[in-house]
Design a binder for this molecule. Structure first.
Ligand code: UDP
Ligand code: MG
Length: 311
């Protein structure tokens, strides 16, 4: 019989782990004639009793496996660890807060079996449960990255998807340190069917993302999947040289025609600030890429495991 591995990253989720287990168990029971399951929880350095909950589950249910990190490495690292650890013919990644409804798994598996897709991915139709500001930033982020990256990023896409072993292996073959899953999933290709569902609110606990965490994650996405900002800074440089050249010609002609009264220093100061600012901005962009390259070349481990269910 085929097996589905369910990869579930958890960071300070002591309240939601038991709720998630209860919900997914219903689906496992419902689908038991078709497939077997394996649940892989990743404790991403939680500071609460998440690990205690996971140990308890692993003891009472052989299907439950867990990996516990030595500290918080982030959701991307947790998902990677789960994918590497998974042994199933199909692998799905899900949030533990039940914002990814487990009942969809049945339909997703049916689509892969009957319609021949390699992957079924989900997106939520609305973003209820998120602040107006977050919705606004998300919308614009997807517009910008859509315009500057060749890898397609679907707006509203969740990390909840069911993939075949072949696709999982393709993702695992990408060993990069700065991981941005939405891009990686899209980069490997394969036939993906998108299904939509109404956004769910978190069952318990609070979101683990604050503005700065999301902002830096968004920047990761841009630097990992687009080099357009570098081109833009070069274009800006050329543009400003051109403008400066025209201004020089104007100034020289003016001096030749009307002489040289000392005036115009305020405009000069403005120009110096503007050009200086743009230079710093461009250096900053280059710095971002350099920093990412630097981290890649160090080959540090993406996560460090402290405990698993076998230990
Ligand atoms: N998560 C994680 N490590 C982190 C942050 C989040 O493993 O550093 C997990 C979290 O436990 C949850 C999932 O990632 O299962 C999504 O997080 P959350 O629900 O807080 O994000 P949101 O739904 O607000 O985007
Ligand atoms: Mg959530």
């Amino acid at each position: 019989m085929e097996k589905i591995s369910v990869v579930v990253p958890c960071y300070n989720e002591e309240e939601t782990v038991p709720l998630f287990y209860k919900e997914i168990s219903k689906i496992i029971e419902k689908m038991k004639k078709q497939v077997t399951f394996e649940l892989i929880f990743i404790n991403d350095g939680s500071k609460d009793k998440t690990l205690v909950e996971l140990r308890k589950l692993a003891k009472q249910d052989k299907k439950v496996r867990y990996i516990s990190f030595s500290r918080n490495f982030g959701k991307e690292a947790a998902m990677l660890a789960g994918l590497e650890y998974a042994t199933g013919d199909y692998v799905t990644t899900m949030d533990v807060d039940l914002q990814d409804p487990p009942y969809l798994l049945e339909e997703m598996l049916r689509i892969i079996h009957e319609e021949g897709y390699d992957c079924v991915a989900t997106k939520s139709t609305s973003r209820n449960g998120y602040s107006f500001f977050r919705k606004f930033c998300t919308k614009w982020y997807y517009r910008i990255i859509g315009a500057i990256s060749k890898t397609e990023m679907v707006a509203g896409a969740r990390d909840f998807r069911l993939m075949t072993r072949q696709m999982v292996d393709a993702i695992l073959s990408m060993k990069e340190y700065n991981r941005y899953s939405k891009g990686l999933f899209s980069f490997v290709g394969f036939d993906t069917k998108w299904i939509e569902f109404e956004n769910q609110e978190r069952v318990a606990g609070t979101t683990k993302w604050n503005f700065w965490k999301l902002f830096s994650y968004a920047l990761d996405g841009i630097t990992a999947f687009s080099t357009v900002p570098l081109v833009l800074s070069a274009i800006m440089g050329i543009l400003f040289c051109f403008i400066a050249f025209i201004i020089v010609i104007i100034i020289i002609s003016k001096t030749l025609i009307w002489g040289d009264p000392v005036s115009g220093w305020p405009s000069l100061a403005c120009i110096i600030f503007l050009v200086g600012g743009i230079q710093l901005f461009c250096t900053g962009i280059i710095g971002q890429y350099l920093a990412k390259t630097y981290l890649e070349t160090k080959h540090r481990p993406i996560y460090i495991i402290k405990e698993t269910e076998k230990m």
